[in-house]
Design a binder for this molecule. Structure first.
Ligand SMILES: [Zn+2]
Ligand SMILES: [Zn+2]
Length: 766
């Protein structure tokens, strides 16, 4: 039996037949006399059994073995390729595993054809002849505890990495990015590691599953990588995960417990791992780059700084679709006044921060873009690490000119410089000092409870300048924002996003022709259009009725009548599917009418779709005109989003035909009616342009679609506007309006434009 197993590494030496002489792999050359020599080494790679075409299909297996003598750590060519042929290949494949120690005897030495590529060894060993034999000592019996698996993995120092080899390594993290979505459905982690050799090696990990990515909290953490491929990338060595890869990370703090962080349930971890981690911690503590850990406490933050912050989440609020506010603290007092961001109390998730705000302990962190996904899932109370946070001076909305600017914190979009955030487990060593600082503030919580009300009062009392303007308001606020009223001048100097309250009068509004405030809005492509006026629609009807030949569709039953004009025929079609059904009078296609005629008809029929014929086929009219007359309502379709498939329409299966059902059957994207008014507001300090858009229907207590078909409702809007801004009145005569404003930015030609929108405000109903 050419492959023999032994139980213990020391047995290997004993089992070696006395006529064999040990040789070190480094000393092997092409001219070495191979007979009666043996080598002892660890299997670091074992390939599959393949059949070799050049040798008449004989089976072969390639393995890489590495000599484990610590004295030769720095020696060259400690690894060598071994090719097994024939039954040896099969036996070796079955008996030996990666990590096993093997003893090979009676090999032949050949020139390595892959030396230029893999730089392993100029020679390779071939196990072919009948004398060749292999002794295998398994690295660990599977039934033993984790410590017995120590010999299983060999770790390559980072200065020993060879291109195109698959290795296991240990390193200290000197740079990292949290996993971010990469091409396809993978997430990518990017890091740089180093070890006692002082060589820095980049590393990329691609994996679909977020939980498989290494759990790195800070620079100085220690990471173990298994089955990573070393290769040259842009002139430097880098590592990439390969099949069967895994990672385990450890905290880098000296003397903290060595606790592996990994999602893997079956990982090997033993005494030698603990030793390696401790050695790396000790070594890293004396390295200069370890100060690259940019974690800074709030008390040391300076304006303009980018830094990492270890903190606890107190509360959070979604500001808009691309920004989440995190209220955090680390127990230290910032030397600069901290910016307060006002949010509705019902939008705030978490505890009240009023007492901490007052002591300048709460940092308001605005988190943007790609970081929202992580921020959204955070629960108040969680400990956090924020990376590459930007401290910025801003003017607070209620700031006096002589007061210093306030410090705000932004986690900008992107992942440059490792920018990101992650939650830290409670037992994390990095949190020990933070937790002891926080405990010193335990009295603050009681303070919060007892004095919350009084504090609120002090905090939100409007400044005197605004007080003077206070009077009965023509509007009421429906929000629960705990924000004090600001002057327009201060709103203009504040930094979005922000919700705030103002009291102002209307200087001007647009459009002056109020029917123009009715707009058509496509929720799909966000197109907004004016409602076309009757003369334009009437023209489209007249042109389609001209020279009209009644269309003839298989699916339609048609009746015709002559119009008053000679030569023009009015046709009405209904779907044959619907004949005999209760719904058959609910949807009628009308051809050849004028706008006036269809308006008259619409009093008697629920849904009228104006159509025309093109070469005998029924077609919808130009979508500038309404595609449907539904009682008083005229429904319009979006020209961009409607597909207008009117070949073989299906009209079965609908119980009640409303505009949605008709639009769906015709392939039309229904446009919504909206109200849009632009106000120019004025108070004693400034003027400001604000739109009334999303909140318009609530503001007037009028639905836009109803207003489109009702003169009464349009008159109601006109009356309200005439009260807000009576014609020919002076500014002082106009009523005061309490308004809730939402301040936000929109991208306009790649520039950020600040917008003001009136929200949460209604006209007082008598
Ligand atoms: Zn559209
Ligand atoms: Zn409000």
């Amino acid at each position: 039996m050419p492959v023999q197993k032994v139980n213990d590494s020391s047995d290997l030496d004993a089992k070696v037949p006395s006529h064999l002489q040990r040789t070190s792999i480094t000393s092997l050359t092409m001219t070495s006399e191979p007979s009666h020599r043996c080598v002892k080494a660890t299997v670091v790679h074992k390939g599959p059994v393949i059949s070799c075409a050049q040798k008449d299909g004989i089976e072969m297996l390639r393995a890489e073995i590495k000599e484990e003598d610590p004295l030769q750590r720095t020696a060259e060519h400690t690894s060598i390729n071994v090719i097994f042929f024939g039954t040896l290949a099969k036996d070796f494949s079955q008996s030996a595993r990666q990590g096993d120690v093997v003893l090979l005897a009676d090999f032949t030495i050949k020139k390595s054809p892959s030396f230029l590529r893999d730089k392993l060894h100029p020679c390779q060993l071939e196990m072919d002849g009948k004398d060749a034999c292999v002794y295998v000592c398994p690295s660990a019996a599977p039934s033993h505890g984790p410590s017995s698996s120590e010999a299983k993995y060999t770790y390559v120092p980072l200065n020993d990495l060879k291109p195109k080899t698959v290795v296991n390594v240990y390193g200290v993290v000197t740079f990292f990015k949290q996993p971010f979505p990469s091409k396809g459905s993978d997430f990518c982690s990017t890091l740089k590691i180093t070890d006692q050799s002082d060589v820095k090696v980049g590393c990329n990990i691609f994996s679909k599953k977020l939980e498989d990515h290494p759990v790195i909290f800070r620079v100085g953490d220690i990471i173990r990588l298994h089955r990573f491929k070393a290769d040259m990338f842009r002139d430097s060595m880098s590592l990439l995960n390969t099949f069967g890869w895994s990672t385990v990370t450890f905290d880098g703090t000296i003397d903290s417990p060595v606790v592996p962080r990994t999602s893997s349930k079956s990982f090997h971890f033993g005494e030698s791992d603990i030793r390696t981690v401790q050695e790396l911690r000790q070594w890293a503590a004396n390295q200069s780059w370890i100060s690259k850990d940019l974690t800074v406490s709030l008390s040391l933050v300076k304006p303009g700084m980018y830094f990492d912050l270890t903190c606890q989440l107190l509360a959070k609020a979604v500001m808009d679709s691309r920004c989440i506010l995190l209220k955090v603290w680390d127990g230290t007092k910032c030397q600069h006044p901290l910016l307060k961001v006002a949010v509705a109390s019902d939008a705030l998730e978490g505890e009240s921060t009023v007492a901490k705000d007052r002591m300048n302990l709460t940092a308001n962190v605005l988190v943007y873009d790609n970081h929202l996904e992580v921020a959204r899932d955070l629960k108040p109370g969680t400990f956090l690490q924020l990376y590459n946070l930007h401290a910025l001076l801003q003017r607070a909305p209620d700031q006096q000119p002589d007061q210093p600017d306030h410090l705000s914190f932004h986690l900008h979009g992107g992942t440059s410089y490792g920018r990101g955030l992650r939650s830290l487990p409670v037992e994390s060593p990095a949190l020990q000092s933070l937790k002891s600082v926080l405990e010193k503030h335990v009295d603050l919580d009681e303070y919060d409870e007892v004095n919350d009300g009084t504090l609120l009062e002090i905090w939100y009392t409007p400044p005197e300048a605004v007080e003077a303007d206070t009077g009965p308001s023509y509007t009421v606020l429906t929000c629960e924002h705990n924000t004090r009223r600001l002057t327009l001048a201060r709103v203009k100097h504040s930094t979005p996003p922000l919700s705030c309250h103002v009291q102002a009068r209307v200087k001007k509004y647009m459009p002056q022709q109020l029917y123009q405030c009715l707009k058509l809005f496509c929720s799909n492509c966000k197109t907004m259009e004016d409602v076309p006026d009757d003369s334009a629609v009437a023209k489209i009807f007249r042109e389609s009725a001209k020279d009209n030949q009644a269309c003839d569709e298989q699916w339609a039953a048609t009746s015709t009548a002559s119009s008053r004009e000679p030569g023009r025929t009015i046709s009405m079609h209904i779907s044959r599917d619907m004949v005999g059904e209760s719904t058959h009078m609910q949807l009628i296609f009308v051809e050849g009418t004028t706008l006036d005629e269809i308006c008259v008809l619409s009093r008697d029929y629920k849904n009228l779709v104006p159509v025309r014929s093109v070469n005998g086929r029924m077609t919808l009219m130009d979508l500038t005109a309404p595609f449907l007359f539904s009682g008083d309502k005229r429904c319009y379709g979006c020209k961009q989003c409607s597909v207008n498939t009117f070949q073989n329409p299906v009209f079965t299966g609908v119980e009640t035909w409303d505009e949605q059902a008709v639009a769906k059957a015709l392939g039309v994207q229904l446009m919504q009616y909206r109200l849009l008014i632009q106000f120019e507001l004025e108070d004693q300090t400034d003027t400001l342009e604000a739109v009334l858009w999303e909140n318009a229907e609530r503001f007037f207590h009028v639905s836009a679609v109803d207003a489109s078909g009702s003169q009464d409702l349009q008159d109601k809007i006109q009356t309200i506007m005439d009260t807000i801004q009576p014609p020919d009145s002076s500014l002082e005569e106009r009523p005061l309006l309490d308004l809730c404003l939402s301040v936000y930015t929109v991208k306009d030609n790649n520039r950020n434009k600040v917008c003001y929108q009136i929200t949460n405000t209604e006209i007082k109903e008598e």
